[in-house]
Design a protein around this ligand. Structure first.
Ligand SMILES: [Zn+2]
Length: 445
């Protein structure tokens, strides 16, 4: 019955056997229903496992006739005016609307009581309404043959499968945006979320940035952490291997080195340098550290165009190569004139520092411009639901490469300044630390 109605059959002759079907149409007396009984017997006497075969029977005259009526008209949808125009030539009263509809309808046709659109990708696209579209989207995106593809690909797939509705592309994009699995496994966002906030230090050793590296392999003296401090102005670096990170240890380090932010960049330099120097002997990092630090202090830094050593001491340190292959200043060394020049250098040191500050400021501006050029501002408000990027440390190791890139769901508890946020779980449990907007994205539902 459903099949015939789908095929658009207007009149159907039935010889029902089943009571349910019969009651739906009209009850037929048993003696008027012999043929149907015969058909049913034929079907039930078929041996199991036998292939189905079509039974052809010629029926000279109908024993009973019943007409199948269309059940109920679909709720009005975008198809209704077009269908009305094609079937009954009904037009809206407004002449402009009528003209628009006539032009539109030229692209549509009726096949077996279904509206089809003449497409470019496929000859005929079946026109479907909301709840059908919802099923088609679901099936194509996450069904058996679904591949969680992106919005545009999905729209192309829907058209290829032969369906059409006016807001197809937009609906596909919206659907993908709201798919939880797609949100969870989406790529991390590399565009910056907020403007760069740089810190300037007015004078050498006024501002330090401290960071902890590690844990590394346990080296001589049971040390496995590295405490690094970098001065914002000169980029002077101090580092000390520690066995454990305790308040007392850090305080000792600070008093020893600093009483007479940047750290992350320097950390990278130190780590790369250590890796290259150590080869496979990773346990010897603590012994190699002084050399790495020394090398860093004698290298001109890109932000200041000066070596940290010169900015701190007013002169460039003599590096071993100048001794091995005597350089000009090594060959023409004169102790007395050297002392004088050093004093002169110290007097002009302030000038060098002033210039360095200008260079560093220009560099920072350039950095900000560069950073902000790739800016896609993402700001959140209190109460917003967000995903948090799953860093390598928080990834579920048992899931390996298949683990999700985004953690969810969190609610923004407080929006602090400079793109930092305090998060909480939906139950209200506060998440420790603050989170930068770089690691957050909106949750769509
Ligand atoms: Zn998906």
């Amino acid at each position: 019955m459903r099949l015939t109605s789908e095929m658009g059959v207007k009149k159907i002759i039935c010889w029902p056997d089943s009571k349910i079907v019969a009651e739906q149409i009209r009850h037929i007396l048993r003696n008027n229903n012999e043929r149907a009984d015969q058909l049913a017997r034929l079907a039930s006497s078929r041996k199991p496992g036998q292939l189905r075969s079509t039974i052809h029977l010629e029926i000279p005259s109908s024993s009973a006739t019943a007409e199948c009526l269309t059940i109920n008209e679909d709720a009005p949808s975008w198809k209704t005016p077009i269908r009305k125009y094609i079937v009954n030539s009904e037009l809206p009263a407004d002449p402009m609307e009528a003209r628009k509809l006539r032009t539109q309808a030229a692209r549509y046709t009726m096949v077996a009581d279904e509206l089809y659109r003449r497409g470019f990708s496929t000859p005929l696209l079946k026109c479907i309404d909301n709840h059908q579209a919802d099923y088609v989207l679901r099936e194509i995106h996450e069904g058996i043959c679904g591949s969680h593809s992106g919005g545009r690909t999905m729209a192309a797939k829907v058209l290829r499968a032969g369906y059409y509705w006016p807001t197809l592309k937009e609906d596909c994009i919206e659907f993908v945006k709201r798919c939880v699995q797609c949100q969870k496994h989406d790529n991390l966002i590399h565009a910056s979320a907020a403007e760069l906030h740089s810190i300037s230090s007015p004078w050498p050793f006024a501002l330090w940035s401290i960071d902890v590296l590690g844990p590394f392999l346990v080296a001589k003296g049971q040390v496995k952490f590295l405490l690094v401090a970098v001065d914002y102005f000169t980029k002077w670096i101090e580092a000390e291997p520690l066995a454990c990170i305790s308040a007392a240890n850090v305080q000792k380090f600070v008093w020893k080195n600093i009483s007479k932010g940047q750290a992350e960049v320097a950390n990278k330099v130190i780590l790369t340098e250590l890796k290259k120097r150590l080869g496979s002997a990773k346990g010897a990092w603590a012994e190699e550290l002084p050399e790495v630090l020394w090398a860093y202090r004698c290298t001109p830094q890109s932000t200041t165009k000066e070596t940290p050593f010169r900015l701190a001491y007013g002169a460039d340190a003599m590096i071993p190569v100048e001794v091995g292959e005597p350089s000009f200043r090594r060959q023409h060394f004169h102790e007395e004139s050297n002392d004088n020049s050093l004093r002169v250098e110290l007097d002009v040191l302030d000038e060098v520092r002033e210039r360095t500050q200008l260079v560093a400021e220009a560099c920072k501006q350039w950095m900000s411009r560069h950073f902000n050029s790739n800016l896609k501002s993402r700001t959140f408000h209190e109460g917003d639901l967000v995903w948090r990027a799953t860093g390598s440390a928080r990834r579920n190791s048992s899931e390996g490469k298949l683990s999700a890139s985004w953690d969810g769901l969190f609610r923004v508890r407080h929006a602090l300044h400079n793109g930092a946020y305090k998060l909480e779980e939906l139950s209200g449990k506060v998440i420790p630390r603050t989170w930068n907007s770089t690691h957050l994205k909106t949750y769509y539902s």
